[in-house]
Design a protein around this ligand. Structure first.
Ligand code: NAG
Ligand code: NAG
Length: 403
């Protein structure tokens, strides 16, 4: 006769079973087995639906982590080619790994991603921070197709063609997204002495560099933001906003103009690109000027990422710091994107930590720092934008595979 199991034994059997059931039921829904770049058996976390948010997390130091590309990538821009420019700490900069709160961020598999994108094209439209992003993307993808060639057409400033997969990835420079042009002094601008002329911004007309790309791209990544300041457009040569060919009355301050341009460009994007084009809007890339703005000897000679508790002090607009504009602009952009088919690519928070990863004084040119100040705005490559690439490719992969 079988002896009755003791209560202790029952507990020993039940507790592990419950734990197993709990873990499987909690974790399994996060994963789906799909056709994944390169390896048919690997698993991609289900994104971007809850509970996984790739944009929240922390940076972990991993001394074994190595960047995918070096200083020899033919798509580099000299000023961001930090290995060539002998920036200090490049190994350390590239040893930090972004760890989202509730899921893994896989590193992109360049060949696998390109094969997923076969016969498709990806376009970046915006300012030099999107170009920074593009260069990282091209240098990483090149690992998957050594035959990558420079590509320049259709208003694109630069890009690459990946012949093995028939994929083009390119950048269209349009710093305000909307069309703008210089006009010498207008008689109408009475009472504004000292004004040499204006930059006329047509809020409802896209800049010519991307006005005719309608059916070429399958994925688009937009941004604007870094040019919306009085250093680029001072009072003597202000932005003046036009709509429907007429000046907007009363005239708009820069931030109000920014909002109107974003609203109009979003409406334009929604109208001209079909639903099947995957559209992203990259939120602001934060700057890290410390103890002064870019033209006041501001510097970013940091060895370590910032700590989480420092971020608000640096970036919260209420603290009125030098770098407060990123969150302010993001707020306006996010409001406008609500309810549209354009997905926010919120790379701001993860980048806020990385005060250590800008070119700073290592710009590859002798007098660059004395003329321009340190570069605490763009990013070293390889560097932080490689993590942006991991996130973007994961989101593209997810969206293409789930329709
Ligand atoms: C390459 O891709 C384009 C779409 O971007 C397509 O129209 C073209 O037919 C493809 N070429 C080849 C050789 O498959
Ligand atoms: C920046 O540094 C230079 C040289 O140290 C100095 O001459 C200049 O006054 C500084 N500028 C500002 C705005 O602090």
């Amino acid at each position: 006769m079988a002896s009755k199991p003791t209560p202790k034994l029952i507990a020993w059997l039940i507790i592990p079973s419950c734990l197993l059931i709990f873990f499987y039921s909690t974790l399994l829904p996060l994963y789906t087995t799909t056709r994944t770049p390169g390896s048919p058996t690997s698993k991609i976390p289900l994104l971007p639906s809850a509970p996984c948010d790739l944009f929240k997390g922390h940076w972990d130091f991993d001394p074994n982590r190595k960047p995918m590309c070096d200083s020899t990538c033919p798509f580099h821009r000299n000023a961001w080619n930090c290995i060539r420019n002998q920036r200090e700490n490049m190994d350390r900069i590239n040893s930090w790994k972004w760890v989202p709160e509730r899921c893994d961020l896989n590193r992109v598999d360049p060949g696998g991603f390109l094969s997923l994108m076969r016969d498709k094209n990806i376009g970046f439209v915006g300012d030099s921070l999107n170009e920074n992003f593009l260069v990282s993307f091209l240098c990483v993808l090149r690992v998957g197709d050594g035959g990558a060639k420079k590509w320049k057409r259709k208003g694109a400033w630069r890009g690459a063609y990946f012949p093995k997969f028939n994929v083009t990835v390119a950048y269209h420079r349009a710093v305000l997204l909307a069309k703008y042009e210089w006009q010498t002094k207008q008689p109408k601008l009475s009472g504004q002495d000292g004004v040499k002329g204006i930059y006329r911004v047509d809020v409802d007309i896209p800049a010519p560099d991307w006005a005719n790309i309608d059916d070429f791209y399958d994925v688009l990544i937009f941004n604007t933001g870094h040019w919306w300041g009085y250093d680029k457009f001072p009072k003597e040569s202000p932005l003046v906003f036009y709509k429907g060919g007429q000046p907007i009355h009363p005239s708009l301050e820069m931030m109000d103009g920014f909002k109107v341009v974003v609203e109009n460009m979003v409406a334009h994007i929604e109208k001209v690109f079909p639903q099947k084009v995957l559209k992203f809007w990259r939120l602001q890339s934060p700057r890290h000027f410390h103890s002064g703005d870019w033209n006041q000897n501001g510097s970013c000679l940091f060895d370590e990422p910032l700590e989480e508790f420092q971020l608000d002090l640096w970036f919260d607009p209420s603290n009125n710091g030098v770098n407060k504009e990123a969150r302010k602009l993001n707020h306006l952009i996010e409001e406008t994107l609500k309810g549209t088919s354009i997905r926010p690519l919120d790379l701001t928070h993860l980048s806020e930590f990385r005060a250590d990863a800008h070119p700073a004084i290592w710009l590859g040119k002798k007098d660059a720092v004395s003329v321009w100040g340190q570069d605490c705005m763009h990013w070293c490559l390889p560097g932080v934008p490689d993590t942006w690439v991991d996130i973007l490719t994961q989101l593209i992969g997810y969206n293409l595979e789930t329709g």
